[in-house]
Write a protein that binds this ligand. Sequence first.
Ligand code: ADP
Ligand code: MG
Length: 618
Amino acid sequence: MAPPLAASTPLLHGEFGSYPARGPRFALTLTSQALHIQRLRPKPEARPRGGLVPLAEVSGCCTLRSRSPSDTGAYFCVYTYPQGRRGGRRGGRRRAARTFRADGAATYEENRTEAQRWATALVCLLRGLPLPGNGEITPDLLPRPARLLLLVNPFGGRGLAWQWCKSHVLPMISEAGLSFNLIQTERQNHARELVQGLSLGEWDGIITVSGDGLLYEVLNGLLDRPDWEEAVKTPVGILPCGSGNALAGAVNQRGGFAPCLGLDLLLNCSLLLCRGGSQPLDLLSVTLASGTRCFSFLSVAWGFVSDVDIQSERFRALGSARFTLGTVLGLATLHTYRGRLSYLPASTEPPSPGPSLPRAKSELVLAPAPAPPAAHSPLHRSVSDLPLPLPQPSVASPGSPEPLAILSLNGGGPELAGDWGGAGDAPLSPDPLMPSPPSLPKAAVLSPITEGTPQMPASSGPPHPPGPGTPVAACRWGPPDHLLPPLGSPLPPDWVTLEGDFVLMLAISPSHLGADLVAAPHARFDDGLVHLLWVRSGVSRAMLLRLFLAMENGSHLSLGCPQLGYATARAFRLEPLTPRGVLTVDGEQVEYGPLQAQMHPGLGTLLTGPPGCPSQEP
Ligand code: ADP
Ligand code: MG
């Protein structure tokens, strides 16, 4: 394989016109990190402004042909999401399609070859696919489009999940040439049941469009299958549309983006998803007092953190601000809890689990795969761009018998086979050339969906958290916890035990506890560690507030708070000695009582996109 290219090495360079054909002319240079656009005519730019498109801001591209037969130019269109500016400050991302005309040759065929060469090279760079050294860049370098199953909780966060999915996620996924099938969840545990019955070989990834709660359901559903060992390796991704978007915050940071919330966070995570690429995800096996076992990708909390999480459910309408308000209110009524925290320190060599635990596969999502299956499993309340037999989607408009096929314009479904996956020449459009091709699939595919606006069941409002007595759905399968003796039994001598009065105890796997709360700044998705934080009683309210404010950038550990403790562990046991309290696993309330947990390194696979480089955001 060729050595890695320097970020500034030009891979392609060429002169292009624009659309309409009489517009300016540009010199384009493609490097492994960016597309450089320099205007040549009518007036060369001395200092090119806005001429640098970092690949981190590109969702995809396509090639197009003019409807006018006399136009021998071929068009190369790049979908970009530059950060806007508001009064000199960073603003939200805006979509901008940049269209360039390959017109250096006399015939359309030659110009098309050139446009496809650029589009193919760009997609290869976006997805981390190797470019051949001999310069032969042709569309058949590209694998078939990845197939994603999107699960949308229409009530996630402020109920915006569905709206944002339609207006932002689906268009971007189409631009990236990914195929998808979308299902709206109808109730709690629906996603869990769906993935338990899914024929997993048909999907390259399962993406939840909601908060952390929906991904929790998906991962536990995958682990609650007889074939859990294979099933849990299915790449999962998260597109943040909930009020708790901790994992997305960590994905965003790993992707090299500045911290953000709301729609900005969703667009960043969507851009990363379009790039493909995954990495192993640690999963924590949690055993509750009743013996029920569940798997956590995020956190186990007791005391202040779980109190705030559950009490702030009633401020759901505020989105992520609910946690801020909850924290302030929680400070006013601060409780302390008596308990015991024991853990197996990470520094000790982990005993061998016997036969090696399954490691998650990585970087497989966009690799070539066997031929598409004949049909997908029956799904309902679904929308798809896959031209495969599906039961009549209940959300499709009666007036449009084939409302979805058009998406393959970008999605590159099987009927485009032979052309290159992701960016076939567009079919003829009403305009001589579509200035902004995705607006066509957007309108075509999304209008039918609109009519499927989620119906709120007559009896139900927004989802309610389960009451303290609600049993958590148990996972009957999954890897054995070889580090844990039974809950009632004494712990091995190499464990550390702390006992006393605590304000909070928190066990966290990734870095983020919320989209803007970095509880474990050094944590990685696959470090194999559970990060334990605790605050002992005696802490002042002012100090606790400072700790949470400092968590915004992860600097709380250097505040010198004497009551704050931190350790990394491979397993832990938490024994509440106070009779009443709230325990949460991944933000969902579980039965109160002793619990213990063991980390399973890299058990799952998380779609993260490529790691960010510091130059990504100035
Ligand atoms: P948020 O961050 O807004 O809380 P989550 O993804 O965590 O979003 O979802 C909150 C809860 O809603 C989860 O427990 C999930 O299981 C549940 N849920 C998912 N789909 C539905 C639905 N259609 N109706 C009601 N509850 C749902
Ligand atoms: Mg949640």
